[in-house]
Write a protein that binds this ligand. Structure first.
Ligand code: ZN
Length: 403
C-alpha cells in the first residue's frame, strides 16, 4: 500500500510538520480570552477615551473607611465594611462569597466579588486584590505612646479597597469575556504576621483554579498624594513591562510623552526595585502571573521602612489624594480594558517545572493549617530581605548625593 511509503525531502517534512501542528492545535483548548482582541492588537491610546474611573469617589471611600474605625480581623468595623461592600457590589451584579480561616487565634474573612460575563465559554479569571484590614499596631510611630494603637490605615489598606470599589462600577460595561474576581483579603497586616488572608486563599486553590487565573494584580498603598509606583520584587516581568507601557500612554512615566503628546509625570518608577513580601507573593509562587502595584515611599524616606507615615498614626486621609487614586485607578482600568492582564502565563513547560513547584507542600498542608512555611518561601524571604537592605542602603547613599 502506498500509505506505507515514507515521504522524503524538505517539502515533505514541511508538509508533515504543518499537518502535525494543525492536529496539535486542534487538540488544544482555545486559550482563555482568545475570543477578544489581544493586548498586542489593541491601541491603548484609543482605549483611554473609554476610561471612566472617578478618583473623587475613591477618595470619598478612603475617608469613609477610616471613619469606620480600625478594620481589625474579627471586629465589628471589619464586618461593617464587608457588609457595605457586599450590598454595593451585589447591586452592581457581582456574586459575593466569603471564606473564613483560623490563623494564629484570629478569624479572618476573605471577601470575593465575582463578575461573570454572559454567554462566554471562557473559564479564565482575572483577580484584582487589596487587603481590607488595617494594621493593629502603629509600631513605626515616632511617638512611643502611639505604638500600641491601631493605625487609621488611609493609605495602608483603604486606598486599595477604594480603587477596587470604584473599578467595580465600570467592569460590568467593559465587554470582557473572562471573569473578574475582586478579592478583598483580610489579615495582611497584623502584628508580625503578614498576608495571612492571601496565603489562605492560595493554599485552597485547586490546580484548575491556578491554571485558569490569568493574573493576580495587587493594589497596596496606592493613594499617597506624592505617588510613586515602584518595581516590586517578586513579580511577573510581562505584567511589569505592560504596566510601564500603559503608564507611558497615560502620562505617568518620566521622560516619555503620553498619547496626547504631553510629558509624563514621574509616577511609574520601575527603575526603582524594591523587595516586598506582600499578598501577591503567594499567587506568584503558584506560577500565577502576579504584580504588586505599590508606593513603597509614603511620607519622607526613612531607612528600612516604607516611609515616615508607614505603620504610624500619620496614615490619615489628608495624606491621600483623589488624583493619585485616579492615576492608579485609570492605570488598572486601562489594563483590564486592553487585556494587559490576560494571556501572560509562562510557557506550560516552565509552569510545570518541579523546581518551581509549590503544589506539593500546599496540597499536603491543606485548609486551616496555620503552620504553612514552605522552604521556598523562607528562601525567598531571605533573598528579599537582602535585596531590601541593599536597596535601602543604596537609596540612602543615593539621596545623600542629592541636594
Ligand atoms: Zn502595612
Amino acid at each position: 500500500m502506498n500509505r506505507a511509503q515514507t515521504p522524503h525531502g524538505a517539502h515533505a517534512r514541511t508538509l508533515w510538520a504543518t499537518v502535525f501542528a494543525l492536529l496539535l492545535l486542534g487538540c488544544l483548548p482555545a486559550p482563555a480570552g482568545s475570543q477578544q482582541p489581544t493586548y498586542e492588537t489593541i491601541d491603548a491610546c484609543q482605549a483611554i477615551d473609554e476610561l471612566r474611573f472617578d478618583g473623587d469617589r475613591a477618595n470619598a471611600s478612603v475617608e469613609w473607611q477610616v471613619n469606620l474605625g480600625p478594620r481589625l480581623p474579627g471586629s465589628n468595623e471589619s464586618a461593617a465594611l464587608r457588609e457595605n461592600i457586599t450590598s454595593d457590589l451585589e447591586a452592581l451584579g457581582y456574586s459575593m462569597t466569603e471564606q473564613t480561616h483560623q490563623r494564629y487565634d484570629m478569624t479572618l474573612t476573605n471577601l470575593f466579588a465575582t463578575w461573570s460575563p454572559v454567554n462566554t465559554t471562557s473559564t479564565g479569571q482575572l483577580v484584582l486584590s487589596a487587603h481590607y484590614d488595617s494594621r493593629n499596631v502603629a509600631d513605626q510611630d515616632e511617638n512611643e505612646s502611639n505604638r500600641s494603637l491601631p493605625v487609621p490605615g488611609a493609605n495602608d489598606a483603604a486606598s486599595g479597597v477604594a480603587v477596587l470599589l470604584e473599578l467595580a462600577r465600570h467592569i460590568p460595561s467593559m465587554g470582557l469575556n473572562h471573569q473578574v474576581v475582586l478579592f478583598f483579603n483580610d489579615a495582611e497586616d497584623q502584628n508580625q504576621r503578614y498576608t495571612l488572608g492571601a496565603e489562605a486563599w492560595a493554599e485552597n486553590l485547586t490546580s484548575d483554579e491556578v491554571n485558569n487565573t490569568h493574573a493576580f494584580v495587587l493594589l497596596d498603598m496606592v493613594g499617597d498624594a506624592d505617588l510613586q509606583l515602584h518595581n516590586v520584587l517578586p513579580g511577573n516581568d510581562t505584567l511589569k513591562s505592560r504596566v510601564v507601557e500603559l503608564g507611558t500612554s497615560l502620562g505617568l512615566v518620566n521622560g516619555t510623552t503620553d498619547c496626547a503628546g504631553n510629558p509624563g509625570e514621574d509616577i511609574v518608577q520601575y527603575d526603582t526595585l524594591v523587595g516586598v513580601l506582600d499578598d501577591h507573593v503567594h499567587a506568584h509562587e503558584l506560577g500565577i502571573p502576579a504584580i504588586d502595584l505599590m508606593d513603597t515611599s509614603y511620607g519622607t524616606p526613612k531607612p528600612y521602612t516604607f516611609g515616615s507615615h508607614w505603620h504610624t498614626m500619620e496614615d490619615t486621609p489628608d495624606k491621600v489624594s483623589a488624583e493619585s487614586l485616579g492615576s492608579v485607578g485609570r492605570l488598572v482600568e486601562l489594563g483590564v480594558l486592553t487585556g494587559a492582564f490576560v494571556d501572560v502565563k509562562p510557557p506550560v513547560e516552565e509552569a510545570e517545572n518541579p523546581s518551581v513547584g509549590l503544589e506539593d507542600p500546599l496540597t499536603e498542608t491543606g485548609a486551616g493549617d496555620g503552620g504553612f512555611e514552605p522552604l521556598q518561601f523562607t528562601a525567598l524571604a531571605v533573598v528579599l530581605v537582602i535585596v531590601g537592605v541593599a536597596l535601602a542602603v543604596y537609596r540612602r547613599s543615593e539621596s545623600a548625593d542629592k541636594p
